[in-house]
Design a binder for this molecule. Structure first.
Ligand SMILES: N[C@@H](CCC(=O)N[C@@H](CS)C(=O)NCC(=O)O)C(=O)O
Length: 86
């Protein structure tokens, strides 16, 4: 399983949805809480190629996008392979 990193904030519905989807899959992920570490938002924006909304998700260090992009990958059956390293 590749490492998963989520940049998010506590009061964000899309972040909650992303956490739920990952939890449903049994994925243990690391989270950067931008409310607790606001200084890391610039790091997120740079790594996410300018995207400013939360969540921003990375699998194996590669930018996946927000919840919508991750959900679309799951819907099209590609997320499990990505997580597994395929
Ligand atoms: N399509 C995005 C929507 C994310 C979104 O709208 N997040 C809100 C917080 S729940 C946000 O960051 N709003 C501020 C902004 O867009 O700059 C996704 O699926 O992740």
């Amino acid at each position: 399983m590749k490492p998963v990193l989520l940049y998010g904030t506590p009061f964000c519905g899309y972040c909650a949805a992303a956490r739920r989807l990952l939890a449903e899959k049994g994925v243990v992920f690391e989270e950067v809480d931008l409310a607790a570490e606001p200084g890391r938002r610039a790091e997120m924006v740079e790594r996410a190629k300018g995207a400013r909304s939360v969540p921003q998700l990375f699998v194996g260090g590669e930018h996946v996008g927000g919840f919508s992009e991750m959900w679309e990958l799951d819907r099209s059956g590609k997320l499990d392979a990505l997580l597994a390293g395929g």
